[in-house]
Design a protein around this ligand. Structure first.
Ligand code: UT7
Length: 335
């Protein structure tokens, strides 16, 4: 599997830390020093997971040089769908990718990485040739904007990567790991509310609806700084890769302190750590492809660069992938 195109999309409105302090009791210094976040984007009227995902997806298709009709599969990693029955088909329609099968994949902040690895299975199994993997979230619709412990952390956005079947020599996915631990699910939830309404006779039915995001920040922090280095170390060792050979550390953008702690563990200089937390905060499933696209477009990440990536968050779930960015122009498998 080769990564051959990328794209991103962001809502127009940006909210600074100072602006947020007009709503909740917080301040720029606390948010910056604890998280590295300075601002976040929030979807406005007409901006949804569908529109953001489609815009990012379209950019990735253009970058890869693919026509929409050539896409076999669209995987949309999201935890904030426009439609619980699935948002990916709406994205498929918006892109005009009429031949593609499209479905959602939910794994919170690990979602994009899990979707990328899932795409690899379809490609390596021979069922699919061209897959569009999108991470898109609009968590602003599920935040309690009066809860300063969570509302300062998240933002909306989308990122996409086009991956294709390639010749064995061009294979860009060197290895991966995925983990879940549902016993720690309560640490970070966006859960169905337990409200029941009378139905008929003595029966009742559960009413649909979700409670705002609830997080035990300290527990999630401890989980991240323990599991992310461990899973990356396991992956690097299994693939026989010296950490010094890694060009870029591309982690889920949750907190700059987590990024710094992981980099320190592998003795990686700050110059190799990709971070755009300051501008966008935690965009959940979107952070990794959003960051990758930014770094590819501004020339930091070039063809052949080796990237160690890890996603982690609610579930709890976490995983890692070691991949090379191939870039547009990589020959397809049958070339
Ligand atoms: O994408 C999913 C993965 N999520 C994460 O990785 C998040 C992981 N967790 C974290 O990044 C950090 O735990 C946070 C940034 C969420 C919180 O940082 P912390 O250093 O763990 O702070 P804390 O929760 O221990 O709170 C310290 C103090 C508390 O006050 P007291 O009890 O010491 O008086 C909080 O009430 O900071 C207070 N506080 C705030 N103060 C100003 C909490 N939120 C805020 C705020 N502004 N926004």
């Amino acid at each position: 599997m080769a990564l051959v195109g990328c794209g991103r999309a962001l809502p127009a409105a940006s909210i600074s830390n100072d602006q947020l302090s007009e709503r909740v009791e917080t301040n720029d210094d606390w948010i910056r020093s604890r998280t590295g976040i300075a601002a976040r984007r929030v979807a406005g009227p007409g901006e949804t997971v569908t529109t953001l995902a489609a815009e990012a997806g379209r950019a990735a298709l253009d970058h890869a040089g693919w026509a929409p009709g050539e896409v076999d599969l669209i995987l949309l990693a999201t935890s904030s769908p426009d439609d619980l029955f699935g948002t990916a088909p709406r994205v498929q329609a918006a892109l005009g990718a009429s031949r593609a099968v499209a479905f959602d994949l939910t794994a919170a902040c690990s979602g994009f990485l899990f979707a990328l690895i899932t795409a690899a299975q379809y490609i390596r199994g021979g069922a699919m040739q061209r897959v569009l993997v999108i991470g898109a979230d609009q968590l602003s619709r599920w935040l309690d904007w009066d809860d300063r412990r969570t509302c300062v952390l998240f933002g909306d956005g989308a990122g996409a990567v086009a991956v294709q079947a390639c010749r064995p020599d061009d294979d860009g996915l060197l290895g991966f790991r995925m983990h879940s631990d549902g016993s720690r699910n309560a640490c970070l939830t966006l859960a169905q509310v337990d409200v029941r309404r009378p139905l008929l006779g003595g029966l009742s039915h559960q009413s649909g609806g979700f409670a705002p995001i609830h997080m035990n920040g300290q527990e999630v922090y401890k989980f991240a700084v323990r599991e992310v280095p461990a899973v990356l170390a396991e992956l690097l060792e299994a693939s026989g890769t010296d950490p010094a050979a890694v060009d870029w550390l591309l982690l889920h953008q949750a907190n700059q302190r987590i990024l710094d702690a992981v980099a320190e563990r592998f003795a990686m200089p700050a110059s190799k750590v990709l971070s755009n937390l300051a501008a966008y905060g935690n965009t959940s499933a979107a952070t990794i492809p959003l960051m990758l696209d930014e770094a590819v477009r501004d020339g930091r990440v070039g063809a052949g660069d080796l990237i160690a990536s890890s996603g982690f968050g609610a579930g709890l779930s976490w995983g890692a992938a070691l991949f090379r960015w191939s870039g547009p122009g990589t020959p397809p498998a049958d070339a």
